[in-house]
Each structure stands twice: as C-alpha cells, then as structure tokens.
Design a protein around this ligand. Structure first.
Ligand SMILES: Cc1cc2nc3c(=O)[nH]c(=O)nc-3n(C[C@H](O)[C@H](O)[C@H](O)COP(=O)(O)OP(=O)(O)OC[C@H]3O[C@@H](n4cnc5c(N)ncnc54)[C@H](O)[C@@H]3O)c2cc1C
Length: 395
C-alpha cells in the first residue's frame, strides 16, 4: 500500500493550487485525476484566454448559504497574490473590463504555470486514474486516515482533499464524485443546479428571440434586488450573454426576470414627443436600441403603428415595457452549457480557515464542489486559488 501525506482527487484549478501549497510545506503530495488531458476547464475558460481573476473580488461576488464563508480564504489569498504568480511566469495579461484579468495569449499559459509550480514543489500527479472507493481507516499509529482503491492500486493518506469540481460540462470530465463522497461521509449538501447558464423561453418568446439571433444589447437584468448591467445576447434557443448568465444564478424555475433594455437613457420623453411628429416608432427607438431589435420590438409590441396612431398612453406603456421587460424563462440549457454548478458541499460543515470537514476530520473539500459559486468575471478561479491555498496550508 502506497502511503502519502496528502492525496488530492481532481487536478483542476483548486486541486493544483492546494497541491502546490502543500508541496511547498514539504508534504508528500499525490494528485489523481481521471482525465487523460489535464485542466480542460482552464483550457476552455475565458474563450481560451482564461479570465484568471478579478481585481475587485470580495465575498459579495459569491453565492452561498453562508455569505460570510469565503471571506477568510479570500483575504489570505488575494487577486494580487495570483497576479504575482502570473508575472513570475512572465505571462502577459490585460484587464478586459470590470476588473476581469485575462491572458494575452492563451489559457495554456495558466496550465503551464500550475504544472511547473507543482514540479518545483515535488508534487506527484497521476492520470488517468480512477478512484473506485474511499474508506476511512481505523485509528492507527502511523496516522493515515483514509485508504483508496484506485486503478493505480491501493493508496492511503493522512489528508484527503476532494477537488473534483461541479457538474458542468460532463463531456470534459465533470462528475458527481465529490458529492457522492460527501454523502458517504455524512457531509451535508445544498441543492444543486446549473448556474451562469443561458436561459430558454416558451414558444412565443423563443420565436421572437430567434428572429433576433446574434443581436446584442446592453441592459440591466434583475431578479428581486440583484441586478447586473452587461450585454444580453439573443440566440435561436433563447437568451444568453453575460447579463443573462449572471442573473441565471439568481433565477429560480417558474419565476420571472426583468430586463431594462435601455439602462442609460429614459425613452419615455422621446416616445411621447414623437406623438406629434411624422417619425416612425422604429426611427424613434433605433438611435438607442439596435435597428434590428427596434424593428422587431415595434412589430411585436406596437403592430407597426405610428406614434400618432398609438397615442400618449400606449407610448408610455411601450416605454415602461422597454425599461421593465418581464420574461418568464421556460428553463435553462443545463449542465452541458452551464459554466458552474450552484450549491454543493454545505459550508456549515467546513472550516472557513482550512476547508476541512467538521464531520470527518482529515477530509477537505475545495473549489466548485463546495457551495460557493462566483459571479461571472474571474471570481470562480479566484475562489479556486484562494480555497486551494487555504487547504494547502492545513493538509
Ligand atoms: C466554459 C467555461 C468557461 C469558464 N470560464 C471561466 C473564467 O474565464 N473565469 C473563471 O473564474 N471561471 C471560469 N469558469 C469556471 C471555472 O472553470 C471553474 O469554476 C473552476 O475550474 C473550478 O475549479 P475546480 O478545481 O473546483 O474544478 P475543475 O477545474 O472542474 O477540476 C475538477 C477536476 O476533477 C477531475 N475529476 C472530476 N471527477 C473525477 C473523478 N471521479 N475522479 C478523478 N478526477 C475527477 C476533473 O477531470 C477535473 O480535472 C468557466 C467554466 C466553464 C465551463
């Protein structure tokens, strides 16, 4: 039986960061992953350029049953800390928008950084390796707490870290392994659902969006008090783009979302003033909305009538609808298209300082497998680095 100080299952962002920190402390670390090609999620992230952090990260950028849980780890490993690592590896980066930092060239550079840091911290990575089962060991003098049956033989360790991520994008290796391990050890889970995901619409709204497929519009999306001002993208299946992905994390099935399609300009005065002019409604709207959108909107909501024809009451209603377009999505595009999984290992069972389970000492959960989900914009990687770093100091 091979014995290790630390075994980490999952060689993604959180798992590798934890391995680096534990390795630097002189711990004998083994990372196992079932994938043939490592770090696929990092490779496809940020459109291939990896939005590796967000310089404005705070705990308010995360959804969790415990809104305070992320504070400790985020304070001890900041975006500046990861940027120092990026700069140490001479990776060129830029801020795209809203504090989002991307590689200039390729996400592969972040993968290389992690693997090089693992090498210099003497971390062993084995893949593809399947873990068949995990068992707690009876208390023993040597201190090992877990044994694992794997395709690489029987392994045992003092600390076991579950870093197998969430359920999104199963075709590149996402599994429910971490959630199953939590259940096996009696660690509670919060409900799971896809998040940062495009939303689908019922037949009538879908038809409308289909005609606008490819059109993008700056807007404010909101659910209750939560608001995001970013771009909305119409697709042939429904609604996408950053504004929709962000609000999807707050949307609940059966509930509606509100869109302000003109957040920076109140259109009511333009519309009512047009009542006494010869302008078409499309011409009034087109300077503010995209022309295609204005045309489709006028056809659907005003049956192509002129402002004079509509009258001030109806024009005010059109303005109200543009600023408060209420849509009830039919659903979402599921884990196949979701960037992240909402919910996971309940943080009330975990130490916010170390990510160790209170129910099962020696067992740690890090990254997306936990009930900590970031907004779009580099926050999910910053969480992976921060909680991986925190666990790496403790395992
Ligand atoms: C398309 C897309 C783009 C994204 N872009 C960004 C972005 O630009 N910025 C950002 O902050 N976030 C982004 N995210 C989210 C981000 O990728 C994740 O939040 C982050 O990778 C989570 O890190 P993790 O280490 O917890 O899990 P992962 O990175 O998913 O790693 C989990 C690892 O566990 C392995 N594994 C799973 N099951 C098993 C098993 N049974 N046995 C062994 N190994 C297993 C997997 O192979 C994988 O290597 C994006 C996500 C997607 C899907």
């Amino acid at each position: 039986m091979q014995s290790w100080d630390v075994i980490i299952i999952g060689a993604g962002a959180a798992g590798l960061m934890c391995a680096i920190e534990a390795g630097k402390r002189g711990r004998k670390v083994l990372v196992l992953d079932h994938a043939t090609k490592l770090c696929e999620k990092i490779r496809i992230s940020g459109g291939g350029r990896c939005n590796f952090t967000n310089i404005h990260t705070t705990a308010a950028d995360f959804l969790s049953n415990n809104r305070h849980f992320a504070k400790s780890a985020l304070a001890r490993y900041t975006p500046r800390d990861f940027l120092d690592l990026v700069e140490k590896h001479s990776i060129k980066w830029h801020e795209k928008t809203l504090g989002q930092l991307f590689c200039d060239t390729s996400a592969q550079e972040i993968i290389n950084l992690l693997l090089e840091e693992c090498r210099s911290a003497s971390v062993t990575i084995k893949h593809p390796v399947t873990v068949k089962n995990v068992r707690p060991l009876p208390k023993q003098a040597s201190g090992e707490k877990f044994s694992l049956e794997s395709s690489d033989g029987t392994l045992c360790c003092h600390s076991l870290v579950i870093a197998t991520g969430g359920l999104s994008i199963p075709k590149i290796g996402a599994t429910d392994f971490g959630h199953r391990i939590a259940k096996q050890f009696g660690v509670p889970l919060t409900p799971l659902r896809p998040a940062l995901v495009p939303l689908t619409l019922d037949a009538a709204d879908k038809e409308f969006c289909k005609t606008l497929s490819g059109v993008s519009q700056n807007c404010i999306t909101s659910v209750k008090k939560q608001k995001f001002q970013e771009n909305l993208l119409f697709t042939h299946r429904g609604l996408s783009g950053p504004a929709i992905l962000q609000i999807s994390s707050y949307w609940e099935p059966g509930k509606s979302i509100t869109l302000n399609l003109l957040p920076d300009h109140n259109i009511e005065a333009d519309l009512t003033a047009a009542e006494n002019s010869k302008k078409t409604l499309t011409n009034v709207l087109a300077p503010f909305l995209s022309k295609r959108f204005a045309q489709e909107w006028v056809e659907r909501y005003a049956q192509n009538r002129t402002p004079a024809d509509l009258g001030s009451k109806k024009l005010r209603k059109i303005a109200e609808d543009i600023h408060n377009w209420v849509i009830t999505p039919a659903g979402d595009e599921g884990y196949a298209k979701a960037e992240v999984t909402l919910g996971g290992v309940d943080t009330k069972d975990l130490s916010s300082a170390t990510m160790e389970s209170k129910t099962q000492p020696g067992l740690f959960f890090i990254g997306e497998v936990m009930d900590v989900t970031g907004h779009l914009g580099g926050f999910n990687f910053q969480w992976a680095w921060a909680c991986g770093h925190a666990a790496g100091q403790a395992v």
